[in-house]
Design a protein around this ligand. Structure first.
Ligand SMILES: NC(=O)c1ccc[n+]([C@@H]2O[C@H](COP(=O)([O-])OP(=O)(O)OC[C@H]3O[C@@H](n4cnc5c(N)ncnc54)[C@H](OP(=O)(O)O)[C@@H]3O)[C@@H](O)[C@H]2O)c1
Length: 376
């Protein structure tokens, strides 16, 4: 495993961090497959992964619990654990401490290393200031219950990102970055700003939530094939992020054991500045081609869920995008009817809650109408 300096902790973080948001689930689609998840987490730790990123809300609380279980019995002391404060589900600031304590209880830990103000965006920044959430973090830090305070960002622009970064002395930041999202949210501009300020940058969604993998359109895949190195699309995407020297660790939310194996392998070898000009150029062209095809760049983070009308929104977004990329085949029709036998997109009641929560700012309600028109 490659490591990069995490200067605030005077330690090194593994270049691959484990995003504990997309654990394998059982057939009911909700219950985490605990045995397999623990096997994956422990394997990653055995291979040198020393950073694990969970959150109060992931898998409805199961993520923190399963992570705590996986790390109990000796691993906890060897790794850094991050979790997050979901202030946006709270009525007032008095709920922050109980939520933090619930996170600790689920994890079975008496402190976490990194604690993040979860998902600051344009609509939430005022609340973060009003509730003096940074002061709350500072207090926990003073009490030794967290070691470092940071935030994750899904706002609309690098300008707001800079404003937040400059507002408080954060220990680290977490941003979405991959070769497709160079100019959305914080983007490369935000990354460079943080790196210049010497603030450790933790990257999330390096594979765009799984969109930059084998499932990508054939015309984009062709770019990788042209490079002739036998690397998978996921490997190219991870190497693109690893190429940036200011990135401290790259979180991937792995959902299968082979994904953990591959990502461990790739980030045990990738170097900052390791890609050639030709490779970077090809990646830029691939991104351009992909952007032309994907109308709704959903990352299936599920922040939009649960849907008021019981629709599996990320799945519908997938069907909507597939229809542009691959055309609408009989097989896709059959799959649509099989997977969406309850909660078809036409059931959308236009309450708009999903759009308020979507970190990507997608026009979900419009996509529901379009998908219904295409498939129903
Ligand atoms: N703070 C925030 O606001 C926030 C928001 C989003 C994420 N995060 C954190 O950041 C972490 C990383 O984000 P992410 O989960 O979106 O990361 P990601 O790496 O972009 O996406 C993970 C998905 O990519 C696919 N994948 C991973 N490795 C693969 C491989 N080698 N080959 C093929 N497919 C592969 C899997 O998709 P399939 O399951 O479809 O196979 C997996 O579920 C999250 O897990 C979470 O901890 C935080």
């Amino acid at each position: 495993m490659k490591y990069r300096n995490y200067k605030v902790a005077d330690t090194e973080l593994s270049l691959l961090g484990f995003g504990v948001m997309r654990l394998p689930v059982l057939e009911d689609g909700d219950t985490v497959d605990e045995d397999e998840a623990i096997r994956m987490i422990r394997y990653a730790a055995d291979q040198g992964v020393n950073y694990f990123d969970t959150a109060y809300v992931y898998h409805g609380g199961q993520s923190e619990r399963v992570l705590g279980k996986a790390l109990a019995g000796g691993l906890r002391e060897k790794v850094l654990v991050a979790t997050k404060l979901p202030y946006w589900i709270m009525k007032d600031p008095s709920e922050m401490l109980p939520a933090f304590e619930e996170s600790l209880a689920r994890l079975g830990m008496d402190y976490v290393d990194n604690y993040l103000v979860h998902d600051i965006n344009d609509g939430r920044w005022d609340l973060v200031r009003e509730w003096k959430i940074f002061d709350f973090l500072a207090k926990l830090k003073k009490e030794g219950r967290i070691r470092f305070g940071g935030f994750s960002y899904h706002g609309e622009s690098p300008e707001l990102f800079r404003e937040i970064l400059d507002a408080y002395p954060w220990d680290f930041v977490q941003i979405q970055l991959n070769y497709m999202d160079t100019q959305v949210q914080a983007g490369l501009e935000g990354y460079e700003y943080a790196a210049k300020k010497g603030i450790p940058v933790i990257v999330m969604e390096p594979l765009k939530g799984g969109k930059l993998t084998d499932t990508m359109p054939p015309s984009v895949r062709a770019y990788w094939d042209s490079l002739g190195k036998g690397r998978t699309p996921a490997e190219w995407a991870l190497r693109w992020v690893a190429n940036l020297p200011g990135v401290t660790t790259i979180l991937s939310g792995m959902s299968t054991f082979p994904q953990v194996e591959e990502n461990v392998r790739v980030l045990s070898d990738a170097e900052a500045g390791g890609l050639t000009e030709e490779e970077l150029d090809t990646i830029a062209h691939a991104a351009e081609e992909y952007r032309k095809l994907i109308v709704y760049p959903c990352t299936a983070c599920k922040y939009c869920m649960p849907c008021t009308a019981g629709i599996d929104i990320p799945l519908v977004m997938n069907f909507r995008n597939w229809s542009d990329v691959y055309g609408v085949t009989d097989r896709q029709h059959a799959e649509f009817n099989m997977f969406l036998n309850r909660g078809k997109p036409s059931a959308c009641v236009k309450c708009g809650k999903c759009e308020e929560e979507c970190p990507q700012g997608l026009a979900i309600m419009k996509a529901m109408d379009e998908t219904a028109a295409i498939y129903e």
